[in-house]
Design a protein around this ligand. Structure first.
Ligand code: Q9C
Ligand code: ZN
Length: 349
């Protein structure tokens, strides 16, 4: 399996996020990817590959030009406000909810930071753009590799992507790697692409991006948004809209759900993907379904991830796996590589 990796991921290193009224150390840290890399090397699994570089026009297939422009220049604007800002990350604190206008682009930086974000838990840092940009290149490269005939590829990058929408960041995500991969597969010839989101948190960004489209099916298994982030999307009654009606499937599960129940939801999602007639699959591979995850509530064990990989491989589709969440840092490498190993063992002829 080709593994698309970029060392620039480490340039995104948030210091703190807002949590219950105080600033706490970030959960989404560079060591997450380091542990996956170390486990790949320990098992001598896969071939690391640097990404190709894609034009901004390819990112604009998913993200709005004004959001991309903002993200690219945000750090310089932040530091231009006050040189002392160079020592701290930018966190939003004001948002244009409901009756407030989101069509106006304010001159004020804090106002635009809020316009283009959904929470105060996703610090924007000096290296955020470089890291997210290189991550997007990895996702696009992996999709191109699979479109060209490879059975599978893994996108080993961070920050993650599935909470990022067409024009906003949040949930530690800035560019939606899974959505970019799905669009790239479409643009390179797959008529129908499925995105299967296995992260503990609902992939609100990916869902919203494809909600009115019939060519990309989105299915997600996640903590019930009544109690779990992102709270405002991910309910079972969200089935798609317009020509996309019927092409969105949410499978929310309560906190405390174990692997046996979770795996039934996986079977249901994969059945929908088969019925849809997907020609390629993108998996948003969050490992925060692990029992030891510090911010999540499912009960999967490390060995269960081997079964997850096997189930995914049995779908028989060309597959791009994209690294998303997973904050039990010491175990995230074993858990991620277990999925890949289960997948490879089952997809061998
Ligand atoms: N401090 C992903 O897994 N906040 N994002 C949780 C804990 C947001 C998770 C609160 C969680 C976002 C990609
Ligand atoms: Zn998550």
């Amino acid at each position: 399996m080709h593994i698309f990796y970029n060392h620039q991921h480490a340039l995104h290193q948030g210091k703190v996020e807002m949590f219950r009224g105080e600033l706490v150390p970030c959960f989404e840290v560079p060591a997450r990817v380091d542990h996956v890399l170390a486990e790949l090397q320990r098992r001598r699994f896969g071939t690391l590959q640097a990404p190709q570089t894609f034009d901004d026009a390819v990112l604009a297939r998913i993200h709005s030009p004004r959001y991309l422009d903002f993200l690219q220049h945000a750090w310089d604007e932040w530091v231009a406000l006050d040189a002392a800002n160079a020592a701290r990350d930018a966190l939003p604190s004001v948002w244009p909810v409901r009756t407030l206008r989101s069509d106006v682009l304010p001159a004020n930086f804090a106002a635009r930071l809020g316009l283009f974000s959904m929470d105060a838990g996703s610090p924007l840092t000096s290296g955020t753009w470089a890291a997210a940009r290189a991550g997007a290149d990895c996702a696009l490269s992996a999709a191109s590799h699979v479109a060209a005939g490879a059975r599978s590829a893994f996108v080993l990058t961070r920050p993650p992507g599935h909470h990022a929408g067409a024009d906003f960041f949040g949930g530690y995500c800035f560019l939606n790697n899974a959505a970019l991969a799905a669009q790239q597969l479409r643009d390179q010839g797959a008529a129908r692409v499925a995105v299967l989101d296995l992260d503990y948190h609902h992939g609100n960004g990916t869902q919203a991006i494809f909600y009115e489209r019939a060519d990309v099916f989105f299915a997600s298994i996640h903590g019930d948004p009544h109690t779990e982030y992102p709270f405002y999307l991910g309910y079972a009654d969200e089935r798609g809209a317009g020509s996309g009606l019927g092409f969105n499937r949410n499978l929310p599960l309560p906190r405390g759900t174990d692997f046996a129940v979770w795996r039934q939801a996986l079977a249901a999602a994969l059945q929908d993907i088969q019925a849809f007639g997907a020609q390629a699959l993108v998996v948003s591979l969050g490992l925060d379904t692990f029992a030891g995850d510090p911010i999540s509530g499912f009960k999967l064990a490390s060995n269960d991830y081997l079964r997850v990989g096997e189930d995914l491989a049995r779908a028989g589709l060309p597959t791009v796996l994209v690294f998303e969440g997973g904050y039990a840092v010491a175990e995230v490498g074993v858990n991620a590589v277990n999925v890949l190993q289960g997948f490879m063992q089952t997809s061998k002829p």
